[in-house]
Design a protein around this ligand. Sequence first.
Ligand SMILES: *Cc1c(COP(=O)(O)O)cnc(C)c1O
Length: 368
Amino acid sequence: MLERGNGRPALGCVRPSYRDISLYAPDTSPVEVALADNTNAWGMPPAAARALADAAAAAACSSYPSPYGEALTDALAAHLRVPVEAIVTGCGSDDVLDGAIRAFGGPGARIAFPDPTFSMVSVLARVNGLEPVPVPLRADLDADAEALLATGAEIVYLCSPNNPTGTLVSPATLEGVVARAKGLVIVDEAYIEFGGTTLAGQAPSLGNVLVARTLSKAFGLAGLRVGYGVGAPALIGEVAKARGPYKVNALAERAAVAAVTAGLPWVEEHARHAIELRERLADALRALGLAPLPSAANFVLVPVAAEPGAVEIARRMRESSVAVRPFAALPVIGDALRISVGPWPLLERALASLESALASAPVPDEDA
Ligand SMILES: *Cc1c(COP(=O)(O)O)cnc(C)c1O
């Protein structure tokens, strides 16, 4: 018989930095209007759906997939016109970011990033023993190159278009950071299909830049978990070591190949449509008296008053079956709601829900 160890001996050895990390727990209760996570509200490219059905029918699951997603790497290299050695795939781009952070900054190293930005960066830093160093966005919402460089961090992370603001990192800021950073510069282009200028073509010859991309947003494959990184072959090799083999599963790889080849026209057409609707959404928000930030992504961030606050407004909207993502007290911006772009009838419902949430009675004062 095994004896119970009370869990204590093992837990005493957990990394101290894990104490403050909680499991990711988004509200997943079903809603009729889901605009909280910036995925493709129109679904996936039909070519990817067909590839998935064919792969399932061929029972491709009893063998291991290719170790590093070779067929997908080939397809991505053709799509981006870069050498295959310049690409590493992953189980979502989170996996690529995780591998890069592990490979280029060991425990005790630091990663600097604009604040606010993608919330997973700080988590991935702490999971890998790095110290997250948030650097507030400038008042004009550009990343602060001087302050980021002044940290002397081993890794600088930039996200353009940035999540959750939707704003771009200016070319001057990007150039300054790439030219003067001490170590790795990660440029997260999760929303590049909706705006901004990609660095993917240049990254292979820059040497210190990893461009991270995902198939979870414009490409409509969030549930399959596929992402990739682009950079100099030597740098990519190190990320691949940290990432390890077999991270892109066999079904995901087939669907992803279809999405970046035959599915590409569908993806581009829906990205164009999302851009149009983003501007229409921003106009409608302004008509409600709000001041949405200029967005180059498939979402709009709209600041709201601290009373009743973004969390309370999102809660009220959820009661009418509309999910948006609230942010409380963001640096520079304050409280804000991030609303993903989707088909116009969904956006109309979200706008109506927001209007009545803003109009409802203020939160009752606890002391009253
Ligand atoms: C959604 C998102 C990702 C994508 O993550 P996956 O793991 O590929 O689903 C990466 N970076 C940013 C900024 C995002 O918003």
